[in-house]
Every structure is written in structure tokens, then in C-alpha cells.
Design a binder for this molecule. Structure first.
Ligand SMILES: C[S@@+](CC[C@H](N)C(=O)[O-])C[C@H]1O[C@@H](n2cnc3c(N)ncnc32)[C@H](O)[C@@H]1O
Length: 412
């Protein structure tokens, strides 16, 4: 089969908001082929008819199409920022956190471990975790994970919550009991509003797969679910434009934290010394032999000289703290000393992005990509910014390049 009929794509578009251009076309065709083979159907038109009448089959096709990619403590800066928000907030006795989508559970369980490690008791918070995939939810409830789920360095600090078994790493009952899993669809407002509002929402790495209208619906639904003063953690490549201008940046660029536009007061900036003290107090048990997560507690030296590899840590810390002027200053210094360092341009671009300076951000992302042609994060950001600027052909070319990189990675 070469081209999928528009009627079939429309069904996925309606049911889950899928933008077919956001995923590998061959993978989508394979998913349909696989379902048709199961049903012993040879005619795609017959399959489309079946999909219309049979909700169960539609769910099975969704299962075959979703991208469940996730891991423990993915994009760790968000968890660092969460710990800071909890530490800085006085007067809240109970924290409700929503993870939508939650995939196979690594993200909501990371939130639970992070809050326990921050000193909260299990009766001081709850985590609701929602996903459209029933298969992913079933795996999440088991709490049994392969080595691959721990690919973020930060995850290695939380191994004491797991027990190694022959089948994989089993998460402790204490953590599992903090998370409740629910089947749900981000596009279904009625269903979602039953959950009430949350001071903290993680909605990461879903909007990039949705078409424009579905993104708008999803952003509206998340906006209703977020308390007036709440914080939303978006995906790594999902800036305020992806969120349809409904949120504004909390100016913690690496955590991709957003809030309602009306919110006046940003998180108080802590000094580097305060952060180090807080980290030392909250230092989780370390797995023997595992290296300390460097990004977690970078050391800021008194000097302004940006000459060594710790310079990138300093830039990252300034970005985490929302000190955007400092990010620019440090990036400029580093560019003078290391003009071929793609990361300096990347961080500079993130700062421009957080300041809504889109043209400047585009220039810096382009420079980062010029220096490091396989810089996928920079390519993802660039594609979204070009969309936002209405440069759709250019955005398409960047996406094609990303797809080629992904295909090459899969092939190797
Ligand atoms: C790439 S994973 C992201 C998981 C996690 N948030 C993270 O960033 O690691 C995307 C997830 O979105 C789910 N999903 C796709 N469409 C959805 C929808 N309309 N409503 C809810 N979940 C959806 C998929 O089942 C998949 O588990």
C-alpha cells in the first residue's frame, strides 16, 4: 500500500488530533498494514468502513500509531524547577500534579519520586496520569522497567526506589501508590474537567504530534485545568507558539515552564549558593559507581571567565534561573573564546525565544545547526519558530531534515 486514504487520516485526525506529517509516513502505513493483516482485510476501503463502525478497532489503530517515547527524568531541568517551586511556595498543604500524556508512566513516577525526595509525605500530594493508549497505561501500572528507561543521568540518583529483578527494575509500592492512571484524551474537554484544577501540569511531547486545530483545543483544555497561579511544564521543543499564545514563558528556558499570561510574579530567583544548599539538603542516595548528575547542581565560580567546560554549566544555571541577560552575556563570552561551540548559540537562541525575540532566536538556532548539522533539538525549535513566523516551506524543509536524521539513527 502506498498512500493512505484521506478518510482514514481524517479518522485519526478527529479521534486523537494526529498530524500525519509529524510522524514517519512508513511507520503509519505499517501500522495500518499490521491492523489489516490481523483482520485479514486486503482492501483499505473495507478497513476504513470497519473503523467507522468499530470503536475498539479505532482504539487498536491508535495503539499502533502512538509514539510512546519517554524515560525517567526526561529533560531534568523541569524536575529541578519543580523542586524549587515546591520549596519556594509557602502555605500550600497539598500538591496535585497532572501528567498528560503519561505514556508508560516514567514521567509521573519521576514527579512522585522528585516530590518524595523534596521531603513531601505521600499524603501531601497526588499525581494524576492520563494517556490515550491503554497499552501504555497497563505497562505504567505494572511499574516494571527496562534499563533503557533510565537513560537520563538524573534517573540514576533515584535507583533506591527500584528493586532489580530478572524481568527489569520494579518500582517500589510507595511511589506507585502516589500515582493514579486514567485513560483519557487531551481533546475531550468534558472528560478532563472532571479532574478539577492543578497547580502543576506536565504536558510534554504531545502537541508536536497534533494538527493546528487539535493543538488549540489541547492548549485550551490545559489552560482550564491549570490553576490561576499554576505552572505548566511543556516539552523540550514546545515553546509558547506551540501553546497557541495562551501561556507565557516563566523565563526558566531549560525547564520549558509556562504560566497563564495574567500571572505577574515570576519564581523568585535563588542565588547559586542557595541552590547548592538546597541540593545538598535534598541530595538523594546515590547509586554506587554512578556519576553525580552534573546538570543537577552545577558549580558557579566567582570568576566571570568563561573558558572551561563548566562555562556551559554556568550558562545552563543562569538559564534555569531565568537570568536571561546573564545567559546572553555568558554566551557572548564563550562565543569569543570558542567560536565553533554550537551549544553557546543554542542557549543564546533559547534565551531569545524566552524573550519572544523570534528572528534573533531563528538566527542563533541556524548558527548552532550550521556548526553542528545533526543538532536535533535546535532543528526542532527552528521548525516551530519558522511555523510561528509563517515561513511554512522553510519549516517543512527543516522537518524533512529532522526526519532524515531520525531515519539514519534508526538504520544505524
Ligand atoms: C512521546 S509520549 C510523551 C510522554 C511523556 N509526556 C514524555 O514527555 O516523556 C506521547 C504520548 O502521547 C499520547 N497521546 C497521543 N495522542 C493523545 C491524545 N489525543 N490524548 C492523550 N494522550 C495522547 C501517546 O499515547 C503517547 O503515550
Amino acid at each position: 500500500m502506498h498512500k493512505l486514504p484521506d478518510t482514514l487520516l481524517y479518522q485519526l485526525h478527529q479521534a486523537m488530533g494526529l498530524n500525519p506529517a509529524s510522524i514517519n509516513a512508513q511507520a503509519l502505513r505499517n501500522a495500518v498494514d499490521q491492523r489489516m493483516q490481523r483482520l485479514r482485510l486486503h482492501d483499505v476501503a473495507a478497513y476504513v468502513r470497519q473503523l467507522r463502525q468499530d470503536e475498539e478497532e479505532l482504539q487498536l489503530l491508535i495503539e499502533a500509531v502512538v509514539v510512546p517515547e519517554t524515560s525517567f527524568f526526561r529533560h531534568p531541568a523541569a524536575f529541578m524547577a519543580l523542586r524549587r517551586v515546591i520549596a519556594e511556595t509557602t502555605g500550600r498543604r497539598f500538591w496535585r500534579v497532572l501528567c498528560l500524556p503519561c505514556s508508560t508512566g516514567e514521567e509521573p513516577y519521576s514527579v512522585a519520586m522528585c516530590l518524595l525526595q523534596a521531603g513531601l509525605k505521600p499524603d501531601q500530594f497526588s499525581v494524576d496520569a492520563i494517556d490515550i493508549s491503554r497499552e501504555a497505561l497497563a505497562r505504567a501500572r505494572q511499574g516494571l522497567y527496562p534499563e533503557y528507561s533510565f537513560r537520563s543521568e538524573m534517573a540514576h540518583q533515584y535507583m533506591h526506589f527500584f528493586r532489580k529483578t530478572d524481568q527489569g527494575y520494579q518500582l517500589s509500592t510507595e511511589v506507585r501508590q502516589c500515582v493514579r492512571f486514567h485513560h483519557g484524551n487531551i481533546l475531550n474537554q468534558q472528560e478532563l474537567l472532571k479532574f478539577g484544577q492543578y497547580p502543576v501540569i506536565f504536558c510534554r511531547n504531545l502537541l508536536i504530534y497534533l494538527h493546528a486545530e487539535a493543538r488549540k483545543k489541547a492548549a485550551t483544555n490545559i489552560s482550564r485545568l491549570l490553576e490561576a497561579d499554576g505552572i505548566l511544564f511543556a516539552g523540550n521543543a514546545e515553546n509558547t507558539q506551540v501553546w497557541q499564545g495562551m501561556f507565557r514563558s516563566r523565563r526558566i528556558p531549560l525547564a520549558f515552564a509556562l504560566c497563564h499570561p495574567a500571572r505577574q510574579k515570576d519564581t523568585q530567583t535563588m542565588s547559586a549558593r542557595q541552590i547548592r544548599q538546597q541540593m545538598a539538603q535534598q541530595q538523594p542516595q546515590q547509586q554506587p559507581g554512578k556519576q553525580q548528575e552534573q546538570a543537577d547542581a552545577p558549580v558557579v565560580r566567582a570568576t566571570d571567565a568563561v573558558t572551561s567546560s563548566s562555562a556551559l554549566d554556568q550558562i545552563r544555571l543562569a538559564a534555569d534561573q531565568g537570568q536571561l541577560d546573564r545567559v546572553h552575556q555568558l554566551c557572548q563570552q564563550r562565543m569569543r573564546s570558542f567560536p565553533r561551540c554550537a551549544k553557546s548559540y543554542f542557549y543564546e537562541a533559547l534565551a531569545y525565544e524566552a524573550e519572544q525575540q523570534r528572528s534573533a532566536a531563528i538566527r542563533s538556532f541556524r548558527q548552532a545547526i550550521y556548526l553542528q548539522p545533526d543538532y536535533t533539538e535546535a532543528l526542532q525549535h527552528l521548525a516551530l519558530l519558522l511555523d510561528a513566523e509563517g515561513q511554512l516551506q522553510a519549516a517543512k524543509r527543516v522537518r524533512q531534515r529532522l526526519q532524515r536524521l531520525k531515519d539514519e539513527q534508526h538504520a544505524s
